[in-house]
Design a protein around this ligand. Structure first.
Ligand SMILES: CC(C)(COP(=O)(O)OP(=O)(O)OC[C@H]1O[C@@H](n2cnc3c(N)ncnc32)[C@H](O)[C@@H]1OP(=O)(O)O)[C@@H](O)C(=O)NCCC(=O)NCCS
Length: 173
């Protein structure tokens, strides 16, 4: 029983893979997939991975290092793969890789990559603790160590943003 409970908190247990087809309504003026749509698909897949680890609701705290490496075209399939790479006290980092799949050849190519941070919340929307993440492979352990460094950078950025004054309201006329 204890073994089963532990298995639930492995990186593998958080893994999510979603598939979409690029439809004409998803595209920008160039006929390729609009970035905002990809960001939504990324956010949803990553939130499911984090919510699995947290066994409950989570909110997105940040999305960073978002790179669009190549476009996705109409009729291509878009595969979004997400997994929790790090868990701290109430927050978790999720790594997301997006690939296109050619429907004729099944060939895949990486199009987008991102890291997101989610915070597990209670009924009042306050942060609540999450279980420790169990890494099982050398790659997962390496990603965990790298994620710890990114977390430290993010927290520095957040503290910096919190100190910055808001832009003044634009005067009418
Ligand atoms: C995310 C949120 C719950 C954090 O609440 P808070 O009262 O500021 O809580 P804390 O400062 O104690 O931070 C809680 C955890 O979140 C992490 N965190 C908060 N903001 C973060 C950010 N911008 N990037 C990365 N981590 C962040 C903290 O490091 C902390 O992690 P830990 O508990 O693992 O050490 C709050 O800022 C919030 O509700 N933001 C809006 C979320 C939202 O609307 N998202 C979009 C829709 S889902």
């Amino acid at each position: 029983m204890k073994r089963q409970a532990e298995k639930k908190h492995t990186v593998a247990a958080t893994r999510v893979e979603t598939a979409q087809a690029v439809l004409p309504g998803h595209t920008n003026g160039m006929g390729t997939l609009f970035g905002g749509i990809v960001m939504q698909w990324i956010d949803v897949a990553a939130a499911i991975a984090a919510a699995r680890h947290a066994s409950g609701p989570v909110v997105t705290a940040s999305m960073d290092r978002l790179h669009f490496l190549r476009p996705a075209r109409v009729e291509e399939f878009v595969i979004v793969r997400a997994e929790v790479s790090y868990a701290a006290h109430s927050s978790m980092e999720v790594e997301v890789e997006v690939q296109t799949e050619n429907p004729w050849t099944s060939e895949r190519a990486v199009t987008t990559h991102a890291f997101l941070t989610f915070v597990a919340i209670d009924e009042q929307g306050r942060p609540r603790p999450v279980p420790a993440l169990i890494t099982e492979t050398a790659l997962e352990r390496r990603r965990f160590r790298e994620a710890a460094k990114r977390r430290a950078e993010r927290l520095r950025e957040r503290a910096h943003l919190a100190r910055r004054p808001a832009h003044p309201k634009k005067k009418n006329g």
